[in-house]
Design a protein around this ligand. Structure first.
Ligand code: CP
Length: 292
């Protein structure tokens, strides 16, 4: 079974082959293919999502699969049914692949040992968000050709970020230099990456801004949005100091005028919307891999 639980333990060659297949799909713009006709994909989101959920749905439909969308708020989870029983229920109905987003960290690995269909991690707690990192790597490769020696500065709420973790572990496999920049109370000391200042982060080839994840904060973590922007935000003034060849990334959703100024979201050096566009072929490659 070809689950995708994370990138930490996935080989460089496997990642490479997903990225290559994504390029194939990007270059075959026929809207709907028939390769996965007759297969059923279930998107099981126990936490809210816009980009990941809908780009998986578009990817599955473009591959010709039948799509079932499950959202916890409109399900028997509201009556107290467990995540395990919910996933087993969909499995017993004959799904061929499950895309799953969970709030708790660690539960996905446990689930995948008792569920037989391939599971794809669409974000689990602050652990991993592998398809986000794959589309980030894909975006960087499109821009720079190679990831080797690329300086990537990841700025913001590292502590709560599954995107930072998946990117760190995947980018390292390709020889990129990853640094973090974060306020002391949003750092993750268990991750083996150097912390740099905001001034240093602006010298990177890729300045990846992260959302301040207020929904995961303990009270008082963020003193004020203005103070955060002042110290760690990518402001219009700071963006003028990044290199001409550098790009700005952000997984979105964006807190405009907190971690990044609103007018930078569609700046010529921003790749925020291209990241979303690249999510579809990347997820087509991941779904196809799971169904093959
Ligand atoms: N980037 C990302 O995971 O966005 P969503 O939470 O909207 O899926």
């Amino acid at each position: 079974q070809r689950s995708l639980l994370g990138l930490k333990d996935l080989g460089k060659e496997e990642i490479e082959s997903i990225l290559e297949r994504a390029a194939y799909w990007e270059n075959h713009p026929v809207k709907v293919h028939s390769g996965q006709q007759g297969k059923f994909a279930a998107n099981m989101f126990f936490e809210n999502s816009t980009r990941t959920r809908f780009s998986f749905e578009v990817a599955e439909k473009r591959l010709g699969a039948e799509v079932i969308n499950f959202s916890a708020a409109a399900s028997s989870v509201e009556k107290g049914e467990s995540i395990y029983d919910t996933v087993r229920t969909l499995e017993s109905m004959g799904i061929d692949v499950g895309v799953i987003r969970l709030k708790p960290t660690g539960l996905l690995a446990e689930l995948s040992s008792s569920i037989k269909v391939p599971l794809i991690n669409a974000g689990d707690g602050n652990n991993e968000h592998p398809t986000q990192a794959l589309l980030d790597l894909y975006t960087m490769r499109k821009q720079f050709g190679s990831l080797s020696g690329l300086n990537v500065a990841i700025v913001g709420d590292i502590l709560h970020s599954r995107v930072a973790r998946s990117n760190l572990w995947a980018l390292r496999k390709f020889g990129a230099n990853v640094s973090f920049c974060a306020p002391p109370n949003m750092q993750a000391p268990e991750l083996d990456a150097p912390y740099i200042t905001m001034d240093e982060a602006l010298k990177a080839d890729v300045v990846m801004m992260l959302r301040v994840q207020l929904e995961r904060h303990e009270s008082g973590m963020l003193k004020s949005a203005e103070a955060y922007r002042e110290e760690y935000g990518l402001t219009v003034e700071r963006a003028q100091r990044i290199a001409k060849h550098a790009i700005i990334m952000h997984p979105a959703p964006v807190n405009r005028d907190v971690e990044i100024d609103g007018e930078l979201v569609e700046h010529p050096q921003s790749r925020i919307f291209p990241q979303m566009e690249n999510g579809v072929p990347v997820r087509m490659a991941v779904i196809e891999r799971a169904l093959s």
